[in-house]
Structure formats: C-alpha cells, structure tokens
Ligand binder design. Structure first.
Ligand SMILES: [Ca+2]
Length: 286
C-alpha cells in the first residue's frame, strides 16, 4: 500500500469518528439532559375496607308484615296469632279501592252515631310478645277530613290482656287543631297523659306513614319513638311502656267514641313489624 492510499483510509476513519461524535451531541441536544430513571417505590397491597355507599344501609329485618295482596286478612290471622276484632259498628275488609302497594289495602269502617264506643281492630300478639324492642309501622290513607271533636279516635295501639283487664298502654290518636286540621298525638294510657306535637298535620287524600319504636318495660326504663313520613314526632324515655302481666298485643284500628262523618272510612296497607327501622321510602310488604 502506498502512502497516499494509507492517508485516504486514515482520513475516512477520522471523518467517520467525527460524524459519530457530532451525531451523539445532536441527539443529546434533541433529548435534553439525561434524567436518571426514578427508583420504583414498592406499593402497598390494597386494603379490604369497603367504601361506604347506598348498599351499606341494611334491609329491614322483618318479623311480620301484611301487604294485603292475598286479597284477605290471612296475614293477620296466621298461626292463631291475631285477626280482626270489632266492637259495635266496626268492620274491616280488604279492598282494591286504593292501595299503597300492589292492588289491595284494608278498609276500616266505623259508624259512631249510636252514642257509644265502636271499633274495628287488626291485632297481632305472638311476634310482639317475643320481642322486647321493635319497630311497628303502617301506611294510612284518610280519604276525607274527619271531625273528632265529639271524642277520641284511636288508630294504632299497644295493649295487653290478662285475667282481669284488656287495656291499652300507648296509643296514636287523631285529633283536630283549632282550625279543624287533623293531626296525630301520643297517648300514655297507663298514666293518662297525652303528648301533643306541632310538627306534622295529617294529610287528606294521600298515603302517610307512621313508624313506632317501642322498648317495653314494666318499670320506668321504657322508650317510645314515633315518626310520621320519616320525621320524628315523639321520643319519650324513662317511662313505663307495658303492664306487668298479660299478653302483649299490637294493632292498627279505627276505634272511636264519636266521629263526623259517620260512618268514617280509612285505609291501611303495608303493615310491618321489624327489628330494624323500616322507613317511609319502601313499601316493605311481604
Ligand atoms: Ca297492598
């Protein structure tokens, strides 16, 4: 190889090396400064704690319920633990005239123009006897305004029967305000004390929900709470809530000493006894 050819090869190698260096520099300018890769940080395993949500509200723990969809009063009469009990001109019958759930409700009709107490009552006693504390609820429909000024009107009660007495303990009564508007008040029959409220009136021509929590006690350690459409009307504590003997009964009624008009008709549907609150957002029938 002559010297000229050797120089040519050296020049080609130098140009190639220079081009490589320039290429790396240009590439670095495009990429910017080299940043070290971040060191991976170990992540903790996800915990099993569930997120709160609508499904976190437990369903009611139903003990007994009557949605009347059988078309009769068999739910009330089941197992020999209850039924219809009338006094004078009172009558209960299943109807499809109005319903809160499905097709049927029960119509309670009572005529009070005979000058004495009249009643139709739907009662249960086995389940109430087995629970010292529970929630009792029902939907009511009052199709018209009723004048109660001639007496009292019991629509919901706890009571007991023994050898000598068959008396209520605590009652929801309907009364009239000064302008005649209907409302519900709480009656302690044991001590003959009535508890008034100015929170809610009774609507006419629409379903209204009443729910009562009762903690039974034969000494002054009992408790009772009453809600109308989810609004708390009463919360009474440290009271006697049942007698010291007798079968425990609970029921919905139309029981009065004097109503106008007569007969008076109301409707009831979706009656529930539960160990947890039922609330007014569900029909909760069986
Ligand atoms: Ca129904």
């Amino acid at each position: 190889m002559d010297i000229r050819r050797l120089l040519s090869i050296v020049m080609i190698v130098l140009v190639a090396v220079a081009a490589g260096v320039i290429g790396v520099l240009v590439a670095d300018q495009v990429r910017g400064p080299t940043v070290p890769e971040p060191t991976p940080v170990p992540t903790e395993a996800p915990t099993s704690t569930p997120l709160p949500g609508p499904s976190a509200v437990p369903p009611p723990q139903l003990v007994w319920a009557a949605d009347l969809e059988s078309g009769d009063l068999s739910s009330w009469e089941a197992d020999g633990c209850g039924g219809e009990f009338n006094t004078g001109n009172g009558e209960a019958r299943v109807t499809d005239a109005v319903a809160h759930s499905g097709r049927y409700s029960v119509e309670l009709s009572v005529a009070t123009d005979n000058g004495t107490d009249n009643a139709t009552r739907l009662m249960r006693w086995c389940e109430p006897s087995e629970h010292d504390a529970a929630y009792f609820s029902a939907w009511y429909y009052f199709p018209q305004h009723v004048d109660v000024s001639a007496g009292w009107w019991n629509i919901f009660q706890f009571k007991s029967r023994n050898e000598t007495a068959n008396d209520p303990w605590w009652i929801l009564n309907v009364g009239n305000r000064e302008d005649g508007t209907m409302y519900v008040y709480l009656r302690d029959w044991i001590h003959e004390v009535s508890y008034d409220q100015y929170v809610k009136d009774l609507p006419v021509g629409q379903w209204v929900h009443f729910e009562v929590f009762l903690r039974r006690a034969q000494d002054p350690t009992g408790e009772i709470m009453v809600w109308q459409d989810g609004t708390l009307l009463f919360h009474i504590t440290n009271v006697q809530t049942n007698y010291d003997s007798g079968r425990v009964s609970w029921g919905v009624n139309s029981y009065s000493s004097g109503l106008n008009p007569s007969p008076t008709v109301i409707y009831i549907d979706d009656v529930v006894m539960s160990t947890t609150p039922v609330g007014h957002g569900t029909s909760a029938g069986s």
